[in-house]
Design a binder for this molecule. Structure first.
Ligand SMILES: [Zn+2]
Length: 426
């Protein structure tokens, strides 16, 4: 409707950062309004705008609208239908009215960052194809000031060496200060000269071809770009991951954000080297050596703990009382004991060819836990499961050699006394 009454927006994103514009329409919650006041978030249509609307993976421009009666911050810019640019704004002072004249101004720093990131995406795409071959074709992208990501057709991850090579080819292209140009031409001509198009995208008869260093990078693209590749500054890869079968994603930072990223990495290495009292070059070897030592110390600690437990079990077995020819040990386990492990260790220290009954009781969360282990020569009347069920009023389970269970209502000492009584009774 707005398009019918006011005609298409005069879109100057390729040439201007500032325009003198007239407010053609204001929409609050999708309904036309005559004015919007401070604090309101509204959609604004201008007759002419320098703002880039989000498209082709490039984020929308940020900036301000400044009129005689009020100011607004531009939060988002979209092109819901061809020819119509809609700004989403927050009124920051005074009011905006339909018909008002105002200055529409793109944040120049933001735009420079956006141009660096978008041109950086094209450079990275070309570098990927140079290193991996022409099948590494872009399937999606996103860029905003300082940051870019690019999805491309590829199976398997990229090795660190391949990533370094791609990064190096990209930065060499920045260093070569290649010219960046945009030309409008018929689609057929663009295809003829090998301009890369996004698969599945529909294009007009006349298309815009963006070139970096002529044929070095040639893509159909509606984005805003730097005028020479060196203006991107630096390109640092920050990540590489899978995004579904047959597609990988690379992420990178450019410009000042790229420099800051590399500086942070340097600071991190400096800090690690100081902490580990190592030179930067020796860091990997130093960390490997430390990990080896930590693992060896853990193994030694485990071994010592096992030896201590076995020693204690042997002492407890030596203190076994003899009842009618049966050796009997009854122990209340300590807090960090594993009762079953302790019972088995004590049994292992008793002679297998003589009757022997080991009972370990432990308090556990409102119940008393009992484990009974017996030697092979123990008579069936002193079977482990029988003794556990006797002491726990029918609870518990296991075999004649090893049984365990838990029951409320009795202390560990009381449970052990019942087992001891049963052993004496034979
Ligand atoms: Zn592009």
């Amino acid at each position: 409707r707005i398009l019918d009454s006011a005609g298409p927006t005069d879109w100057r994103a390729y040439t201007d950062l500032t325009t003198e514009s007239t407010v053609v329409a204001l929409l609050a919650d999708g309904e036309p309004v005559a004015a919007a006041s401070e604090g309101q978030i509204v959609a604004v249509v201008l007759d002419v705008t320098p703002f880039y609307a989000e498209s082709g993976g490039q984020a929308a421009d940020a900036g301000r609208l400044t009129g005689p009666d009020g100011t607004a911050e531009v939060i988002d810019v979209q092109r819901p239908i061809k020819g119509l640019v809609v700004h989403q704004v927050r009124v920051t002072g005074g009011q905006l009215t339909v018909g008002a004249r105002l200055t529409a101004q793109v944040d120049a720093r933001w735009r420079l960052g956006a141009r660096q990131a978008h041109s950086g995406t094209h450079v990275l795409h070309a570098a990927l194809r140079q290193v991996l071959g022409p099948t590494a074709l872009q399937s999606g992208s996103y860029n905003r000031p300082g940051y870019l990501r690019l999805d491309f057709a590829w199976t398997g991850s990229l090795s660190p060496a391949t990533r370094s090579e791609i990064e190096d080819v990209a930065n060499q292209a920045l260093r070569d200060d290649l010219p960046v140009t945009a030309r409008i031409m018929p689609l057929a001509r663009a295809r003829e000269i090998g301009a890369l198009a996004l698969f599945g995208e529909t294009y007009d008869e006349q298309v815009r071809v963006v070139e970096i260093g002529g044929a070095w990078s040639r893509e159909l693209c509606g984005g805003t770009h730097v005028s020479r590749s060196s203006q991107i500054g630096v390109l640092a890869l920050t990540g590489e991951s899978s995004v579904g079968a047959g597609h990988r994603r690379v992420e990178a930072v450019v410009g000042l954000d790229g420099m800051r990223y590399l500086a942070r990495e340097r600071d991190l290495v400096t800090q690690l080297a100081a902490q580990l009292q190592s030179s930067r070059e020796d860091l990997p070897a130093r960390i490997t050596a430390l990990l080896d030592r930590a693992r060896a110390a853990e193994r030694r600690a485990d071994q010592l703990a096992r030896e201590l437990a076995a020693q204690r079990a042997r002492r407890l077995a030596a203190d076994a009382v003899r009842v009618n020819g049966t050796r009997h040990v009854g122990v209340v386990a300590a807090g960090d004991d594993n009762p079953r492990q302790l019972a088995e260790l004590i049994r292992a220290a008793l002679p297998e060819n003589e009757p022997g009954v080991v009972a370990v009781a432990a308090p556990a969360d409102r119940v008393t836990r009992l484990v009974v282990a017996t030697t092979a020569a123990t008579p069936a009347t002193l079977g482990a499961v029988h003794l556990v069920k006797t002491a726990l009023d029918g609870r518990g389970g296991g075999t004649a050699r090893l049984a365990q269970g838990g029951a409320p209502g009795r202390t560990p000492e009381e449970v052990l006394a019942i087992v001891g009584g049963a052993v004496r009774a034979g």
